[in-house]
Design a protein around this ligand. Structure first.
Ligand code: AMP
Ligand code: MN
Ligand code: MN
Ligand code: MN
Length: 309
């Protein structure tokens, strides 16, 4: 595993760091095979990446092989579905030691939860006019992976019930709509426990994308940190700089580390591996300086010499 040289703190340099710790492949709802995501990372100058498929590490073996071949640093990882106060919250588990112990069993339970949830979503989508909804979502997903809401969204589009994915989510599958079924997911604190016990770093995914007030987001961060969560995504794709600086203050207050990721799903959109807003100057430490991840970044690497300071 090649070890990238990365800065030990964020100094507000707008040059991309070549880090992306949040991306999807065909192991969940991404469009590219795991090895193709890695190849795109290599092409785009990403030196440290994490493949974070929804509730699975099924793509990690293929990605690791490609990463070794192409000289990209790859952290095994997954984006885990949880619930907190009636809201679906995502936790990225960065897993330098893989999915061990309770997390291994947890991932099996997540796959079963996804199957049970898909049946509930299917019944609800039948009520809005999508006949044989489960079979149609399965057709969209292919035979191998558990179903997600994007599969139902595509089925709604294919059936001509909505013009596009965005409308499918806005009307039927997005937050608060009939297809937004969260009851099957374990609570946030339990999932954080799995990640921490597996020797990993639990990262609160995209904290700005849950439609929370600043105060409620603070409560989420409090509960996440109290459960043992160590980091949050300071930058997820493209976001407003003032909002990012304010989020950095909320992380600093709780002594959380900062992660960065594009949440890339497919090529051709506005996101690509490694593309995201630059992190601002902040005292919040980068997640790769967490002791549990130190082995993935070159020891004694001179950040100043790397051009990042
Ligand atoms: P699930 O994991 O089954 O709950 O599905 C959630 C996924 O749906 C997210 O990870 C996104 O990839 C996708 N998604 C959520 N909202 C939208 C939207 N408005 N338009 C398109 N895709 C979305
Ligand atoms: Mn997704
Ligand atoms: Mn997410
Ligand atoms: Mn994601």
């Amino acid at each position: 595993m090649p070890k990238p040289c990365l800065p030990e703190r964020f100094v507000g340099d707008p040059i991309p760091l070549g880090v992306d710790l949040h991306m999807h492949s065909t192991a969940s709802d991404g469009a590219l095979a795991p090895a193709e995501v890695v190849a795109l990372c290599a092409e785009r100058g990403v030196t440290l990446m994490a493949l974070t498929d929804h509730d699975t590490v099924a793509g990690v073996a293929e990605a690791s092989e490609a990463a070794r071949r192409l000289g990209v640093g790859l952290l095994p990882a997954a984006e885990l579905s949880t619930r907190w106060q009636g809201i679906g919250i995502h936790v990225v588990g960065l897993l330098p030691q893989g999915a061990r112990g309770a997390l291994g069993e947890g991932l099996e339970a997540q796959a079963r939860a996804r199957d049970a949830r898909a049946e509930v979503i299917a019944r609800r989508m039948e009520k809005v006019g999508l006949d044989d909804a489960l079979a149609k979502a399965r057709e969209q997903a292919g035979p191998y992976r558990p179903l997600g809401r994007p599969d139902f969204a595509r089925a709604l589009v294919a059936a001509g019930l909505v013009p596009d994915m965005a409308t499918a989510f806005r009307k039927h599958l997005g937050s608060g709509k009939a297809g937004d079924v969260k009851a099957h997911w374990p609570v946030l604190a339990e999932v954080v426990g799995w990640v921490v016990e597996a020797g990993g770093v639990a990262v609160l995914a995209h904290p700005l994308r849950y439609g929370l007030t600043r105060r409620k987001r603070g409560q989420l961060l409090d509960d996440f940190a109290a459960a043992g969560g160590q980091a949050a995504e300071l930058v997820s794709g493209f976001q407003n700089g003032d909002v990012t600086r304010d989020l950095a203050r909320q992380l600093a207050e709780r002594e959380l580390y900062a992660s960065l990721g594009s949440d890339f799903h497919f090529p051709g959109g506005h996101l690509a591996p490694g593309s995201m807003s630059p992190p601002p100057r902040t005292t919040v430490p980068p997640v790769w300086t967490h002791p549990r991840l130190a082995g993935f970044v070159a020891a004694g690497c001179d950040a100043a010499a790397s051009g990042a300071l």
